[in-house]
Write a protein that binds this ligand. Sequence first.
Ligand code: MF3
Ligand code: CO
Ligand code: CO
Length: 269
Amino acid sequence: MQALHGAKKIPTTIKTPEEIDRMRVAGRLAADVLNMISEYVVPGVTTGELDARCHRYITQHQRAIPAPLNYRGFPKSICTSVNHQVCHGIPGDRVLRSGDILNIDVTVIKDGYHGDTSKMFLLGKTKPFCNRLVEVAQQALWVGIRQVRPGLQLGDLGHCIQRYVEKHRFSVVRDYCGHGIGRCFHEDPQVLHYGEPGTGMALQPGMTFTIEPMVNAGKYAVKVLPDQWTVVTKDRKLSAQWEHTILCTETGYEVLTLRDEEQALVESN
Ligand code: MF3
Ligand code: CO
Ligand code: CO
């Protein structure tokens, strides 16, 4: 979501055990959409075809709602961001080619609660540099996730992610951030992926929020295209993003949108 814009209208909520159960269901469904779509992400497919398939799966198979559709006027059911597109790309007629990198961002609403997750796909044969950017972006997310526990200040979380990314000589997007999530798509707090140690809100058990660092190969500056949605890097260099919906537990974290392929990334608390 866009950082530092608008009044903070949706306060941070602490979810009850019943709400957490519903968040688990929504998170599982969002993860399942990414699993379902992966076999169709091949050179020659259009982003519009991927959107249509996800839309059908969410509405007909999952009996859930694709949250992006009509969200503030967004016209499609998922976001697809290719190469130097940072986030919020609108699916359409673009044909994916070997060598492209693609982010698919899925948010579903089930039983009133949201699950929000995204991952990168490498199409055909990609350059080693692309693979490295995508890997650093994934690790940046997990460096953040592993910090999560009651008392963690959000400035510390952002700082850890920023330090990891900059150590690899990439940059962290400033204008978009993670967010609280629950009954609303975007609630407080804003989860910045950069920051100062010892600042910001302290996490409490029962908070649910996303971490979704956008990592640029070049400079962190971005701009929005005339379609009013697609965010791109100003220097037109590549960008990569991964996202999970996280629960802060009494002892650490639970990844509500975890996929089987990521089991090895989870460390015991
Ligand atoms: N899923 C995005 C996020 O992670 C938000 C997409 S809003 C949309 O916050 F309108 F572009 F779909
Ligand atoms: Co999000
Ligand atoms: Co998202």
